[in-house]
Design a protein around this ligand. Structure first.
Ligand SMILES: [Fe+2]
Ligand SMILES: [Fe+2]
Length: 203
């Protein structure tokens, strides 16, 4: 495990329950909002996994850990990413918020011993999605947007609840449409998001 993770888990007692452990880590570092959001996303991802016929436990694990990198504040994320030897894109340097998905991958591997490439892939693109996304990738992306981490209900909630019953691709597009409609939300366009959008909109 990376040395810098030592202080994160210092004095924490982990049990065999991942939901409990991820929750403890986030609460210890005063990330109550993320902790609560992650539990909701895990629950939603599990429901969507059942609906779309994939392993529910993979979806639940991905949901619980997707924002674990959010334990680091925005202004520390680039520094941490450099220590972790993460490939930092110019868009991420400009908007460090979006690099938490990559930090979450490494924390999931090293702190929580998650080695499933499927889970790690979903965690690693939950903010932006990516081209060639798997069903699990799309499920986590959509669950994260339905159970968002802001106050109140997302403005696109009715539309996404409707489209998610048609397909995960349409649900993802619902969210992209919301981003495009309010350019203030798009200070930076991550290349993975641009690729995912162009792929899905062609379908
Ligand atoms: Fe996130
Ligand atoms: Fe999230």
């Amino acid at each position: 495990m990376e040395e810098i993770f030592g202080y994160l888990i210092k004095d924490l007692t982990f049990t065999s329950d991942l939901a409990e452990n991820s929750n403890r880590l986030l609460i210890k570092h005063n990330r109550t909002r993320i902790a609560e959001h992650s539990q909701r996303v895990a629950k939603k991802a599990k429901i969507l996994a059942r609906q779309y016929g994939i392993d529910e436990s993979l979806a639940e694990t991905a949901g619980l850990l997707h924002d674990i990198g959010g334990v680091y504040p925005n202004d520390k994320r680039i520094e941490i990413s450099k220590i972790l030897k993460i490939n930092i894109l110019p868009e991420e340097e400009e908007l460090p918020l979006i690099i938490h998905q990559k930090i979450s991958v490494i924390m999931s591997q090293q702190i929580f011993n998650i080695q499933s490439p499927d889970i790690l892939s979903a965690i690693g693109c939950h903010t932006t999605l990516k081209a060639g996304a798997s069903i699990l990738d799309k499920i986590l992306f959509v669950a994260d947007k339905i159970e968002w981490d802001q106050d109140g209900l997302p403005p696109y909630i009715n539309e996404i609840e409707r489209t998610v019953n048609i397909s995960l691709e349409l649900a993802a597009l619902t969210y992209f449409k919301y981003l495009w409609n309010d350019s203030s939300k798009l200070k930076v366009i991550h290349p993975w998001l641009a690729d995912a959008y162009s792929e899905l909109s062609k379908k």
